[in-house]
Design a protein around this ligand. Sequence first.
Ligand code: LLP
Length: 433
Amino acid sequence: MTNINQKITPVGFPHFHYINEDLYVENIPLKILSEKLDTPLYVYSRASIRESWNKYAKAIKDKNVLICYGMKANSNISIVKELGFLGAGFDIVSGGELKKVIAAGINTNKVVFSGVGKKSWEIKIALEYGIKCFNIESESELRKISKISNILNKNANISIRINPNVDANTHPYISTGLKENKFGIDIEESLALYKLASTLPNIKIVGIDCHIGSQITELAPYIDTINKIINFAKKLHKININIEHIDLGGGLGIKYHNNDKIFNIEELLVFFAAKLKENNLHNIQIILEPGRSLVGNSGILLSKVEYIKTTLTKNFAIIDAAMNDIMRPALYQAYHGILPVYNKNNNKQYYDIVGPVCESADWIAKNRLLSSLKEGDLIAIESAGAYCMTMASNYNSRPKAAEIIVDKDKYYIIRQRESIEEIIQKELLIPIE
Ligand code: LLP
């Protein structure tokens, strides 16, 4: 019988759990992983990703719903492959992400292409690979896609991204559905753009798109959006523009803290499907683009305490991960839980967990009451499966960390640790004259 430590329940429980005092990912102690692979290290749990997928799979059962993973959350090609094989389509925002889908060996026929700044080469390869739909963000983009499709003698399936002017009640940097945001077309102006789209060569209207923001924890903004979009779809039908799908975007929030409240995906889909039926919009496929909620709680960032620095007012634990590895705290003042890898349960103290980067913004957690730490201790930064590695940089000439997936008692390296030589190799010396 394993004795699971009851005092700390990781948000990613049960796949991240304590056995006696040691923190495990599935069946592997994190301590062993740090010895073998060094730190900082991204560690994902395959069972946890599958469990997140299964929640969606259960909610979409018997409904006409396609889940297109918002792969900006974590675009490692092994994660893409895993979710692709489980049945996901993909929401991409660049040619790079499309090439990753292809590199993962996944068919591109369930790819939707979002983003305000699609370049010609990106539109071209998306047409060549025959994606499911372009989510259009402006009239200029619509005209450009029509022109390129015409040259290539292809038809582009399109949706127009409607900005429903709904407040998603989330951090302003990740709120996208308000009038002042750069995203989408004002709902008042969208009808005219659909009319224009119906006249342009090589354009086939297939849907309506929207996305109101990220880390949304309440159902209400989605309900508002669905009501607005359904009214809009009815207006389109009146002018004989019949759509095949409505894409509600992503944004479904996760628990970063055990006390956080999130809503049930099934509730959202039941409401959406009923509304479609009630409005005689039969056979319309629902698309969702969840990113964070498929991977966020399935990963931790493993890091080592390099120094303890006690000042007159603070205890700083200076760790070997930094804002270049996990920039969410610096950028959004985001909360990530901190778990001791060896939970000795001794005297607790308040710590600021900070990285070695030369910026005061380089903090990971502030004022956290933790079992007393010493140099050489390991910590796990929770909920690091989404928007951590994908937002990593080489700031301070720090190589990017390695990523692994644990599958029961095995692990797979899915991204090699970057070397400093690789960083230097891309740079060129000027001659001294
Ligand atoms: N679809 C579109 C068009 C999006 O822009 C996004 C995210 C998603 C889907 C996926 O949203 P999700 O289900 O993951 O919330 N870096 C920020 C999050 C930025 C989200 C950007 N767009 C963070 O770390 O919180």
